[in-house]
Structure formats: structure tokens, C-alpha cells
Write a protein that binds this ligand. Structure first.
Ligand code: BGC
Length: 389
């Protein structure tokens, strides 16, 4: 190589750095895939109803996995991962444009807050004072209320690490918003790592005692969004017990053993294998819509669930620091939503695995506490890790 030829790649590298690209990452585990440079791009994604500009962050890791995340609702708009032949598919449900999310979104891809899942009777008492919330799900409060964290515009900044690209989102919820006490300052960082993980780091602080339970609400379909139902996916949940519910999906307070019930996912079972079984709990949920009490309760990051889709070979592992996992089998999807690329979201064409504290914890003192006080920091970490076999 003469001197001139050596300059060309060097110039290319400088250009890549100037454009915000990262140098190539270490080889993929197993070395079977060619590594590319990670990439992080931002673009406009429209204007929210309040007039705020919405930005889209497009993250690509060294193996070509790509996540697109927008500042409205901190929503994961798309997530492309390979199957066993290396063919990419977008494995989360959603809409092509912002208007779709604003008009009619059953929480596709969103960060849910201040409180993921239900609070009974849309009220709770903290330090002797009662707080009233919106009853937006029958008599109960669901997913933070009428305008929860899924419907606000977050501020965002890009994150570049040696092994990941990401976006750090921030939202300050004013004291009293949606009826909750205290100014809550929340940060959510999404990282797409070169270990093929979508990692979500949450943090929140408050200036008055309050309750908080943040979660992520992607609807996954490892076949690819719009490619049928999820009943053939094999699921494992590392939990011996779950929290049975009443007919409005509020936990009764019981911690019931999964053994001998359709809720036993301690070894891999197809989601559809027992979903139609004669079972009161399944009838209440219209399928699975329950919180599992994860075996790991010590707050360390640990495996919570595994998903395997046999025809494509796609695998997803879920790791979390949270004590609970809401498994929702997309029972309310009924074909009335047309999503990305004209896909019709038929019954059970996506599932959610929401890592969180248990539903209705503010009213159930025997559940792990969701109270956050001034001076404390709420944290949670969840990892969705992808592979194929
Ligand atoms: C809840 C479901 C609800 C869905 C969409 C899930 O987290 O458990 O009951 O229908 O979110 O709103």
C-alpha cells in the first residue's frame, strides 16, 4: 500500500467520526456475522398536538439491529432483528407516522407512567391523605391516566458508548399531574448494545412523597409485526406464583402457585397451548393479562422470561431488576387497528412483557412498595436480548 492509499481509509474514518459514527465494534459472539459501524441518526417525526416538535432517533448496532425511538411517549416505533437466516424483520407493533400514535394507541411501544397497570377505584391513600385519579378503565385507573407518560413529549439527547448507541429521554411531570402528588423528574435511557440488547434504564426523583411504577409497553411478535398471531411462540417465565385478579383485573391480594394451572410457564410452553382452557382467571383477562411474581425479588438484574418463535428461530430474553412481570397476550387486539405497512393487528397478534411492580400496589401494603420519597431515587433496569437459533 503506498502512502496515498493509506490516506483514503484514514480520511473515511475521520469523516465517519465527524458524522457521529462509531468505529467498528468487536466481532459478534460466535463471529458468524460481519460487523458494521454503529450508527445514530436523528430526524423530525412531526408535531405533537401541543405544537412541540417530535424527534426520531434511529439506532443501529454493529450487527445491523435497528431500533427507532421517538420523543412522543418515548415510544419504540420499530425494532428490527434477524431470524436464524439473518433475515431482518420489525418485531414490534406500531404505526407508520405520528398521527397514528396520537389518534389511537393502545400503548404500542410506549413508556408507561406514572403508574404502569391498574390502581383500584382510581384512588389511593399515602401518608393519610387520599389522592384521586382518572378512572379510565371501568372503575379503575390504568397506565397513568388520561394523559400519561405515553402521550407527552420527552426531551432527548443522544448517547454514544463504546459498545452501544442510545437516547436518554427526560420528562418532568408537574406536581398534581393526573392527580399524583409531587413533581416527578423521570429519565429513561434506551441503549441498543452490541450484545444485541435493547436495554432500558429508568430513574426518577420527587419533591413530595408519591408513588411510581414505570414500565415499557412494546407489543412483540417475533414472526415480524403483522405476520399473524403469537400463539405459537414458546414462553418461559421464571416465576412460581402469580397474582390472581378480580373481574376488573385488580389483584385480590393472593399469591397463587402456578403449579397445575395454565399460568405455569416454568418450562417453555406455547402461549396458545392452554389459553383457551376452562379457567376463571383466563376468563377475567380474556386470555393472559396477569402479573407474575418473579422468582428473583432481590432487585438485581436477573432473567425473568424467554421467548422462542420456532419457525423463524428468533429468541428474546427479558432480564429485569423488577419483582413483577405483566404478561399480556394482546387479547384486546381485534383487527380494528391497521398499523405499519398496512398490517392488520388481529386478535393476539402481539404480546407485552411489562417488567414492573405489582398492579394496585398503592392500595396493597403487603405488595413490594412503590412509594418514592424526596431524597430517594427510583431505579429500574430491563433488558430485552435477541438471538436466533
Ligand atoms: C394491560 C391490559 C391492557 C393493555 C393495553 C396491559 O398492560 O394489562 O389489560 O388492555 O395494557 O391497554
Amino acid at each position: 500500500m503506498n502512502k496515498g492509499e493509506r490516506w483514503i481509509p484514514a480520511l473515511g474514518l475521520c469523516l465517519a467520526i465527524l458524522l457521529g459514527c462509531q468505529p467498528a465494534a468487536p466481532p459478534a459472539p460466535g463471529g458468524q456475522e460481519e460487523d458494521r459501524a454503529m450508527n445514530l441518526e436523528t430526524s423530525d417525526f412531526g408535531t405533537a398536538p401541543g405544537g412541540q416538535a417530535v424527534m426520531l432517533y434511529s439506532l443501529t448496532n454493529a450487527h445491523g439491529l435497528r431500533a427507532r425511538i421517538m420523543t412522543y411517549g418515548a415510544i419504540v416505533v420499530s425494532l428490527e432483528v434477524p431470524d436464524r437466516d439473518g433475515d431482518m424483520a420489525d418485531i414490534v407493533l406500531g404505526y407508520d407516522d405520528l398521527a397514528g400514535y396520537v389518534a389511537d394507541n393502545p400503548y404500542f411501544g410506549a413508556i408507561v407512567g406514572r403508574y404502569g397497570n391498574r390502581i383500584a377505584g382510581a384512588r389511593f391513600t399515602l401518608d393519610g391523605r387520599e389522592y384521586r385519579l382518572a378512572a379510565n378503565n371501568g372503575p379503575n385507573h390504568l397506565h397513568g391516566g388520561l394523559r400519561g407518560f405515553d402521550k407527552v413529549v420527552w426531551s432527548a439527547e443522544p448517547v454514544r458508548r463504546s459498545d452501544a448507541v442510545g437516547v436518554k429521554m427526560a420528562y418532568t411531570s408537574p406536581d398534581g399531574e393526573e392527580g399524583y402528588p409531587g413533581t416527578l423528574t423521570a429519565h429513561v435511557t434506551y441503549l441498543l448494545t452490541n450484545h444485541d440488547e435493547l436495554k432500558i434504564l429508568y430513574e426518577a426523583t420527587t419533591d413530595k412523597p408519591t408513588v411510581v411504577n414505570l414500565t415499557h409497553h412494546s407489543y412483540f411478535n417475533l414472526l415480524g409485526q403483522g405476520r399473524g398471531d403469537i400463539l405459537g411462540h414458546e414462553l418461559q417465565i421464571l416465576a412460581d406464583r402469580f397474582t390472581p385478579v378480580d373481574d376488573t383485573l385488580i389483584p385480590t391480594g393472593e399469591r397463587r402457585a402456578v403449579a397445575g394451572t395454565p399460568f405455569d410457564f416454568r418450562t417453555h410452553v406455547a402461549i396458545g397451548a392452554r389459553i383457551g382452557a376452562e379457567n376463571r382467571q383466563l376468563a377475567f383477562g380474556g386470555g393472559y393479562d396477569h402479573n407474575w411474581i418473579l422468582d428473583n425479588q432481590d432487585g438485581d438484574l436477573a432473567l425473568a422470561a424467554r421467548l422462542f418463535e420456532p419457525t423463524t428461530g428468533r429468541m428474546m430474553e427479558v432480564l429485569t431488576t423488577e419483582p413483577g412481570l405483566q404478561f399480556y397476550s394482546g387479547n384486546f387486539l381485534d383487527g380494528s387497528i391497521t398499523g405499519k405497512d398496512g398490517a392488520v393487528y388481529i386478535h393476539r397478534s402481539g404480546f407485552c412483557l411489562e417488567t414492573q411492580h405489582y398492579p394496585d400496589s398503592p392500595n396493597q401494603p403487603e405488595f413490594p412498595s412503590v412509594v418514592l420519597r424526596p431524597g430517594e431515587t427510583y431505579t429500574q433496569t430491563t433488558v430485552y436480548r435477541f438471538s436466533a437459533r
